[in-house]
Design a protein around this ligand. Structure first.
Ligand code: MG
Ligand code: MG
Length: 258
């Protein structure tokens, strides 16, 4: 069931989203060669708790950490480790969730470690663009297929793979709510987008083939062909005026909007 949120509820999600933005910015600035993924996790965990919020991922379905750290061919759900030391040229997806006053937010970004290849830079940039292509279609009157279609088109036009096994999702009191928000789709198909919907859109884009496989524990989704992959996610709300607001990107305005 897709739950519609009122403006007070969206305001609470906006507050959670603002904190999550600051947490991810802090973590992104920590990324450099020699840093362990565990150090990133610990800093994120501490900052969230210092703000009287909860790290949503911690113990979620048994996940043992507060931040997903997914390096290179790992697409999502990488578990931080003190043995995993970032090296020059790596790329890392930082994915985190914050629960504040009972309301969730979920966001991810991919950053380079030191100097990265032109190829990796282009993949990261394109993945972010894919998000915005999708998000700008999260407009009342459209359908979810319009979002997925836009993400998929933008990725595939550049020759990239679109991971199918995982998707975005509704979000609110729970981190994962209905509906599933796929990164592929058919225009004018799927559930209608309505004011008060709150969803996380999260393209997972690969340099090579899109097929992925999880490890034995069900975490660490990696590309089957070993190609690097990028992930970018924000929580958005479809506002009263029918337009999407990006709750985890404070201060962002769509071009042409005041
Ligand atoms: Mg996420
Ligand atoms: Mg998510």
């Amino acid at each position: 069931m897709i739950t519609i949120k009122n403006s007070e509820q969206i305001e609470l999600m906006r507050q959670a989203g603002r904190l999550l933005y600051e947490v991810l910015q802090m973590a992104a600035h920590m990324v450099k060669p020699g840093v362990s993924t565990k150090a990133l996790n610990d800093a994120v965990d501490q900052m969230i708790r210092d703000h009287h919020a909860e790290p949503s991922f911690f113990h979620y379905e048994g996940f043992p950490a507060s931040l997903c750290t997914s390096v290179n061919d790992c697409v999502v759900h990488g578990i931080p480790s003190k043995k995993e030391i970032l090296r020059e040229g790596d790329i890392i997806s930082l994915d985190c969730g914050v629960k504040l006053n009972g309301w969730q937010s979920d966001s991810a970004l991919t950053v380079g470690v030191g100097e990265i290849s032109k190829e990796a830079q282009a993949l990261i940039r394109r993945t972010e663009e894919c998000f915005f292509e999708g998000a700008r279609r999260a407009v009342a009157g459209n359908r979810l297929g319009d979002i997925g279609h836009a993400v998929q088109q933008h990725a595939e036009k550049a020759g990239y793979g679109v991971v199918r096994d995982l998707s975005g999702h509704g979000i609110g009191r729970e981190m994962h709510e209905d509906p599933a928000v796929y990164n592929y789709g058919i225009e004018h198909y799927g559930a209608p987008v309505k004011a008060g919907m709150t969803i996380a859109i999260e393209p997972m884009i690969t340099l090579g083939d899109w097929h992925v496989e999880s490890d034995e524990d069900g975490w660490f989704f990696r590309t089957l062909d070993g190609s690097i992959s990028s992930h970018y996610e924000h929580t958005i709300a479809v506002m009263e005026n029918g337009l999407p607001e990006i709750l985890t990107l404070p201060g962002f305005h769509w071009e042409g909007e005041n």
